[in-house]
Write a protein that binds this ligand. Structure first.
Ligand code: SF4
Length: 354
């Protein structure tokens, strides 16, 4: 580990960090009753963002004439609300972690393969939770005193994407820094990590960056930091003593995929040219009938390949259907990544392939 590793010139990287600024920030009355909600209000007001204090706890007025209009309006809106009681009953999230919890729901980025499509109900507004202290306090009810318990906080949002507006990720990191037997995991496609570098994380947080081949990222990941900016950010966090990880997702066998993924892994190795605690998670592209329907409404002109006839069907235990690549393609991709990663990062663990 290096303290404050120097910035690398990885590419023609724009060093300006990528920050999402909503066009409106809505606060519910219950959110304004919370100290954490007031803290968020102070932040967004200091950024000069238009604030609206609602008279009721329901978020309305985001529907447009079409799903696309609803999408555009919602993705420009941050709503600060209190997390519903249902969020206090945690659910497991294998293979990533023992439990998932949420500091927000909805994401400011525009990935045309978005994992949230079809899994969240209603307009895709970004809801940040004002009762964070209560959410964190609940986590210890799920800790196992006999062994380490892990928690994933990025299932329904990109927590770094809204961090400048909420400060909630830093608060989570501080909380986990104070727990002996609990570990935090989060993943992002943003790069504004500077405020996280000096937090008392005590090695209890693993920060992961979702990365992909340049042509996939450029064409499908709107509103995110570039892959090179993400590599700069992970370098900073590793230098700050954090455990780190790459989530390569969604892996797609595009034209020239071997060359593109080799370039990606070479750039990652250049960014992490010092000892660090690094893991990989490898996720091939998949979609469901529901997610396809939503994505086609959100991104009607997308070039994302969602052709069921080129895929195999995978069923979950509840009978739900996913379309995945054929077995031979999966095997080829998996072997490729296993070898390419082992060669470049002999000390890194591959946590799973799916
Ligand atoms: Fe969806 Fe993740 Fe992209 Fe956000 S960063 S738009 S959650 S895929």
């Amino acid at each position: 580990m290096l303290a404050n590793p120097p910035e690398l010139q990885l590419d023609n990287t724009d060093t300006q960090q990528h920050l999402w600024m909503p066009e409106q920030v809505l606060f519910t009355p219950s959110a304004l009753d919370e100290d954490w909600g007031q803290q968020i209000l102070t932040r967004v007001e200091s950024l000069g963002l238009p604030v609206q204090k609602l008279k009721q706890n329901r978020i309305t007025g985001l529907r447009g004439e079409t799903e696309r209009e609803t999408y555009v309006k919602s993705k420009r809106t941050l709503a600060v609300v209190t997390a519903p009681k249902s969020q206090f009953k945690l659910t497991p999230i294998p293979p990533s972690a023992d439990w998932q919890f949420h500091l927000a729901q909805g994401c400011p980025a525009h990935c045309q393969y978005c994992y949230l499509a079809g899994s969240l109900q209603g307009p895709p507004v970004i809801r940040a939770y004002a009762n964070l202290p209560e959410i964190l306090d609940n986590l210890k009810n799920y800790e196992n005193p006999e062994k380490i318990t892990s928690y994933e906080v990025s299932c329904y949002t990109d927590p770094l994407g809204i961090e400048h507006l909420t400060g909630s990720l830093a608060e989570c990191i501080r909380y986990f820094g104070s727990r002996d037997k609990a570990r935090l995991r989060w993943v992002t496609k943003f790069d504004n990590v500077d405020n996280l570098l000096s937090l008392p994380h005590n090695g209890n947080t693993r920060c992961r960056f979702s990365i992909n081949a340049a042509s996939i990222s450029r064409s499908l990941e709107g509103g995110t930091a570039s892959v090179m900016q993400r590599l700069q950010a992970i370098r900073k966090l590793a230098g700050g003593g954090y455990k780190i990880g790459f989530v390569i997702a969604p892996i797609m066998p595009i034209e020239n995929w071997r060359e593109e993924y080799i370039q990606l892994l070479d750039a990652a190795r250049t960014a992490l040219n010092f000892d660090c605690d690094l893991t990989f998670e490898l996720i091939s592209h998949r979609f469901t009938p529901g997610s396809k329907g939503v994505l086609q409404q959100w991104y009607p002109n997308s070039k994302l390949d969602l052709d069921e006839s080129k895929r195999s069907i995978k069923r979950n235990k509840f009978g739900g259907v996913k379309y995945v690549y054929h077995k031979d393609t999966m095997k080829e991709l998996r072997n490729f990544f296993q070898n390419a990663i082992d060669e470049r990062f002999p000390n890194a663990e591959i946590l799973y392939w799916t």
